[in-house]
Design a protein around this ligand. Sequence first.
Ligand code: AMP
Length: 285
Amino acid sequence: MTVPILRRLADLREQHATWIRAGELVGVVPTMGALHAGHLSLVEAAKATCDRVIVTIFVNPRQFNSPEDLAKYPRTERADAEKLAPFDVDVVYVPDPDQIYPDGYATSVSVEGITDVLEGTFRPGHFDGVATVVAKLFLQTGAHKAFFGEKDFQQLMVVRRMARDLDIPIEVVGCPTVREDSGLAMSSRNMRLSAEALDKAGRLYPAMTGCADRLAAGETFDQIEPEARAALQAAGFGEIEYLDLRCADTLAPLQTPTRPARLLVAAWLDGVRLIDNIAVPQLSD
Ligand code: AMP
């Protein structure tokens, strides 16, 4: 089965209009391509609840912090189309760059507050790029539901806030992180890791679940943090940009998981920046 690829907004709109006339429910899965099982789980979730599914593939230059990172980002359109074929999606929208940022484009969407911490601290402007492109993709696809991974937990919160604040009539659905057997969260960036580095990367998830267990047993974050950092460094990780326990609703720092909490990490390994997060069981008062 070949996958129908559209590259122009006008063609997408034409297709979309026929679905809306038929009263169909449209879902969208925004991606930057280099698809793996994590992305495909979002496609599956969309297929399960929507009549029509659009997968978007757009490597958004505005959300990258360095031209090198953007240049190194994998672009694998043909392989992506092959991976999507079994899922019977209705359209793969791979917009030409001028369909997103035409000449003279001057508008940016910026979400305040929750973007000031964690990824926002280390990737200035990143979430403006994300919020801008996702707002455009929501409006261009006219989807009723959008599917995002909890792998990018803060991004999921930013996208939800943006859609709510701009009254975009779309339901943002968060889907669980898909992991390798080692526990490593699947990511397009993992492709840049050597076999040896992948082995080291597999130590991240057990370290995080170890932290979550200790927090759930009543230790405070300050008590466990030094050992957790040392364990990651011993595993071969370089700079740990953040390792934090945060409130899952506001991202405010927490010492103990007395409310829904998330442990979030960003760390470098062999020149690749990895991020991950897990829920921490809540302590009863
Ligand atoms: P990206 O192509 O990296 O921008 O990711 C596109 C979407 O896939 C985002 O909503 C991500 O959160 C989601 N995603 C990426 N990796 C995973 C994963 N391992 N499990 C679930 N969702 C993921």
